[in-house]
Design a protein around this ligand. Sequence first.
Ligand code: DQA
Length: 155
Amino acid sequence: MKILVIHGPNLNMLGSRKPEIYGRKTLAEINSLLQKRADELGVEIETYQSNHEGYLIDFIQKKAKKAAGIVINPGALTHYGLSLRDALEDTSLPVIEVHLSDIRRREEFRKVSVIAPIARRQISGQGWRGYIAALETLVELAKEAAHGKKARKSS
Ligand code: DQA
């Protein structure tokens, strides 16, 4: 089972970007913690970061067919990235939206997520651990979906 882990704009700066809000871990460190947990769970992950909405969409369109789900921190695209939202929705894959900070307790514009309506869950304000929780949740959801498919086939 392969899970796509996608990081949006400015998340390549983690570690030095407002550590009081986003924590001190770099993106490479978060990806390697995710890899460790994925190994424990027996799933494959493919990580990708871009500062460009179109590149994120290209990646999703290219990789979705062979994936079982998507963990995504869309960065500020969360609040207005309708093309990204469409691309995610078009995959029909379960999507978990992650935010390091608690977007409900920050500026007004961050409280709105255009991704949330098409995501199965939103995990916000748990720092890097939110990514791990998202991966675990997605693996559970993907397993449930696979079992459902099997049960439907045999009935
Ligand atoms: C973020 C929250 C967004 O509002 C912000 O633009 C980010 C990071 C988070 O992880 O808390 O880039 O998605």
